[in-house]
Design a binder for this molecule. Structure first.
Ligand SMILES: Nc1ncnc2c1ncn2[C@@H]1O[C@H](COP(=O)(O)OP(=O)(O)OP(=O)(O)O)[C@@H](O)[C@H]1O
Ligand SMILES: [Mg+2]
Ligand SMILES: [Mg+2]
Length: 308
């Protein structure tokens, strides 16, 4: 098959591993810089142009779209879809997953376990907003945060109020969450491919740190999931319409709760912690989808996965 990886940087571990694994499976794998793609969107023939030339048609693409280029990146993915390429994650599903509020609304509608969460911009009653998620201690997050930056634990109602007010001063949307203390500063990354969790790791924050982000000094180890955790991760991926994703869970007393679903999960951490060849599993999934698509060649259109 002819497969393109959309990635800004061909030297990244995930990009290199995918290229290497795809080639080992006998595919032609090209790495294409997402932001360097351009297109004539009024043309009646869908093409993507790159380096002064029309790109040849690809059978499949693997979008690795960073959060900072979600808007242009998903437009490029959509254009590839219009050329008939199968995208491992659809553009609509990527957009859906990039919106934390929308994601949580969709997951909650389907009864997925979530930390009790409030969402606000200019709440007219900060005390009530905090009371609604169970009061202090609670976690307050800046929506644009990443790698644990902008995620704060408020130990008391007074400090929660002060933090919410400070965030309001930044004109930012605010997410406030019940603190899952019993998670013990750890979260579980479930790597989903198709309708299976193919690898899972537990990330533990450093001493005295409630955030488990590896960028904040956390460490990762292989973890064995309960059937309920597996089912929750697979359902969450399904609801989001993502074929390949990282579902982050917290182990709450009442069972697993989903913190977020990442549509471009990194391979480095998970492959190191689990010693699993996740990259090859992604290609096996693409091959299976490709065979299915050819078998249903008459109904040439892929149905969009997920709703809302
Ligand atoms: N409600 C919560 N209860 C307990 N721990 C939490 C809670 N929310 C977040 N954490 C901890 O803080 C870490 C960072 O939070 P989160 O994943 O929401 O933000 P982020 O990592 O900055 O965002 P992104 O994953 O999009 O980069 C989590 O991995 C988890 O360990
Ligand atoms: Mg996170
Ligand atoms: Mg997050």
């Amino acid at each position: 098959m002819k497969i393109a990886i959309l990635s800004r940087n061909k030297k990244l571990y995930s990009t290199r591993r995918l290229k290497e694994a795809g080639e080992a499976q006998g595919h032609q794998v090209d790495v294409i810089d997402t932001l360097h793609c351009y297109m004539d969107i009024t043309s009646d023939r869908s093409v993507v142009r790159y380096k002064g030339k029309e790109l040849p048609p690809y059978d499949a693409i693997i979008p690795r779209i960073g959060a900072s280029i979600s808007f242009y990146g998903t437009a490029v993915v959509r254009q590839f879809e219009m050329t008939g390429a199968f995208s491992v994650n659809e553009s609509v599903a990527i957009s859906r997953s990039r919106d934390k509020l929308r994601s949580m609304q969709l997951l909650s509608r389907k009864g997925i376990g979530l930390p009790r969460t409030g969402f606000a911009n200019r709440p007219d009653n900060v005390k009530d907003l905090i009371k609604n998620v169970g009061g202090a201690p609670c976690v307050i997050k800046l929506l644009e945060g990443t790698q644990g930056i902008g995620v704060v634990l408020a130990e008391t109602t007074k400090s929660a109020e002060a933090i919410v007010e400070a965030f309001m001063g930044l004109n930012a949307d605010i997410l406030i969450q019940e603190f899952i203390k019993e998670a013990g500063g750890a979260d579980i990354r479930c790597f989903v491919v198709g309708d299976r969790v193919v690898a899972a790791m537990k990330r533990q924050g450093g001493e005295g740190e409630f955030r488990s982000n590896l960028h904040r000094g956390g460490s990762a180890v292989l973890v064995k999931l309960t059937p309920e955790e597996r089912a929750t991760a697979v359902s969450a991926a399904n609801i989001m319409g993502l074929n390949v994703c990282g579902v982050d869970l917290l182990r709450a007393e009442r069972g697993p709760v989903v913190m977020e679903v990442n549509s471009s999960p990194g391979l480095a951490g998970i492959e190191a912690a689990t010693e699993k060849d996740v990259a090859t599993m992604i290609f096996k999934f693409i091959e299976k989808k490709f065979i299915e698509k050819n078998a249903n060649a008459k109904s040439n259109r892929n149905r969009t996965q997920g709703k809302g």
